[in-house]
Design a protein around this ligand. Structure first.
Ligand SMILES: Nc1ncnc2c1ncn2[C@@H]1O[C@H](COP(=O)(O)OP(=O)(O)OP(=O)(O)O)[C@@H](O)[C@H]1O
Ligand SMILES: [Mg+2]
Length: 357
């Protein structure tokens, strides 16, 4: 039988509430479980429990119950805050990866669950590399296609013009030049989207006052949207106060989403976009809802694929950029839509740490 952790720490049994007798079936189960478990006493700076698996993971490198070595590896450098609890982290230890979650029992006692996730991390990184290679091929063929079309068309226009320069009237020459310029604009538009795509590779995350961010954004777009007959309604709940993000990246994300909503509302009567913002479980949620054309069911699975567009002037990179920028900020995007009724885009973003007035 395993010596129970409560007896060593002089505490009552959490099940019977009486002084611990030492040998205990529960301690035995914890010892044999397929998860590394470490119990720490922060005041006395000691490890009061470490099961077999938690000893094996560090075999030959950290002695069993070595508080200093285990604490410096598993606990964050700065003093623990409530944000460190119940959060899973992956730590690198030599050539191993260790999944680690800290649960606090009280100010003084902690449980730490650990597992060797080296194999999982390796498989994940292989899957990611394969995915990137597949996507790269897809992206290159998309760019070739998107640039190839207008460039071919410019070539044809300029060749025809060159062959007939002495016979065409001034008006016809001008018409050909304008046609070539339109294609050049299209190439420029694509190059601009590609630039945005790589712009915030390393976003500068900081606490951002969300109501100010929103009023800034709205003051920029309000006039254009009104001119197009689109009414913008906002519902911002006061609990959505501070986000932790890069405001320039979120600005670009919101512009892409609002432009899509505006495109979907073209020639629609009583066109409306409702933007709401609130807080759930320590996350900031932003919803953008339009009553536009909606998205057909069969198109939903292609939304985040590069170059997938239903617009003559679109590049199909808008939502790819949205998803990429959000993932760099530990955020997510979800889209629900009903054809003919409208679309709701939901952003989920991390909350900031400090209140800003
Ligand atoms: N709010 C919306 N309502 C209806 N359809 C939408 C909406 N948002 C996106 N879509 C559909 O998703 C497609 C992809 O959107 P995305 O923003 O990625 O590219 P795009 O708008 O076509 O081109 P661009 O690169 O210029 O943004 C659109 O072509 C459109 O069919
Ligand atoms: Mg778009």
């Amino acid at each position: 039988m395993t010596e129970c952790a409560h007896r060593e720490s002089g505490r009552n049994c959490p099940i019977s509430k009486t002084p611990c007798l030492g040998e205990c079936i529960y301690a035995n189960i914890l010892d044999d479980i397929n998860l590394g478990i470490i119990g720490m006493d922060l005041s006395n700076k000691e490890v009061f429990f470490q099961n077999k698996l938690a000893v094996d993971i560090f075999k030959g490198t950290i002695k069993p119950k070595d508080y200093n070595a285990l604490a410096s590896l598993l606990l964050p450098e700065s003093p623990l805050t409530s944000k460190d609890h119940n959060v899973s982290r992956t730590l690198r230890y030599g050539n191993k990866f260790i999944g680690c979650t800290i649960y606090n029992i009280s100010e003084r006692y902690l449980w730490i669950y650990i597992s060797d996730v080296t194999e999982k991390v390796r498989l994940d990184s292989i899957a990611e590399a394969v995915n990137t290679m597949n996507n790269l091929g897809y992206i290159f063929s998309g760019i070739r296609h998107e640039l190839g079309n207008p460039i071919n068309s410019i070539k044809t226009t300029v060749t025809v013009l060159g062959n007939n320069i002495n016979t065409y009237s001034k008006e016809t020459v001008l018409e050909y030049i304008n046609r070539a310029l339109l294609d050049i604009n299209r190439v420029e538009y694509l190059l601009n989207d590609l630039r945005t795509f790589s712009m915030y590779e390393n976003p500068e995350l900081k606490d951002v006052h969300m109501p100010s961010f929103m009023s800034n954004l709205l003051s920029m777009i309000d006039r254009d949207f009104n001119r197009n007959g689109i009414k913008i309604r906002t519902i911002f709940r006061p609990d959505a106060e501070v986000g932790y993000l890069d405001p320039r990246a979120l600005h670009q994300v919101m512009l892409n989403i609002l432009t899509n909503a505006s495109d979907a509302l073209r020639s629609k009567e009583s066109a409306e976009i409702a933007i709401s913002m609130f807080r759930i479980d320590g996350r900031i949620i932003i919803k953008v809802k339009d009553n536009g054309c909606g998205i057909p069911e069969e198109h939903m699975k292609h939304l985040f694929k590069p170059f997938s567009t239903t617009k003559t002037k679109g590049t199909g990179l808008g939502l790819v950029i949205v998803r990429k920028m959000l993932s760099k900020m530990d955020g997510t995007v979800e889209i629900e839509s009903e054809e003919g009724r409208g679309t709701v885009v939901t952003l989920n973003l991390p909350e900031g740490h400090n209140s800003i007035s």
